[in-house]
Design a protein around this ligand. Sequence first.
Ligand code: GDP
Length: 194
Amino acid sequence: SLFSKLQFFTTVNDLHSLPYNGLEVAFAGRSNAGKSSAINTLANHTRLAYVSKTPGRTQHINYFTLGDDRFLVDLPGYGYAQVPEAIREHWINLLSKYLQTRKQLVGLVILMDSRHPFKPLDRQMLDWFASTGRPVHVVLTKSDKLTRQQAAQTLASAKLELKHYPNHTCQLFSSLKKTGTEELDHVIQGWFNR
Ligand code: GDP
């Protein structure tokens, strides 16, 4: 698997400190979407990306190396209400600039809770990144919380939502049941190998 060599690389707090080598894939999502759990599941490692019990506190960018100058970038979770306005603004600006200008970024994974996907800030991320023309993969998390029928419906409506965006794909995922890991691995591998 692409993620078998996943290792923590560095933490950065501003765009000037980003490492400049290699290619990267970013993981974005509302806080509590299940992003840390997904990274841990992909890496088959329980505490690699800390599963935060205080959402919104981890306001930094974590770089993980996949080997061969390829990186997984864990972006700060957005949408947590308890964050002071000034800090929220700072991080939204950072996300917007990063998504619109980062040359090394070959694709974006947006994780959304499958029970309430496509919140306004999720759409904002899609819009910012759409200007780059690069691919996006929407991961509908915690699919174990849905019945099979609900899951199928959720996936179908997500596909409809994404019809307006060229080369955007989506899938269901569960860290709890470890389902969807191969599909996600395959999509990201494809981006790196383009
Ligand atoms: P993050 O803020 O996006 O990094 O979200 P976390 O990974 O910390 O997860 C937020 C909460 O959702 C935690 O309580 C997790 O245990 C829970 N969670 C994450 N993934 C899953 C999943 O696949 N299934 C279920 N049932 N719960 C999950």
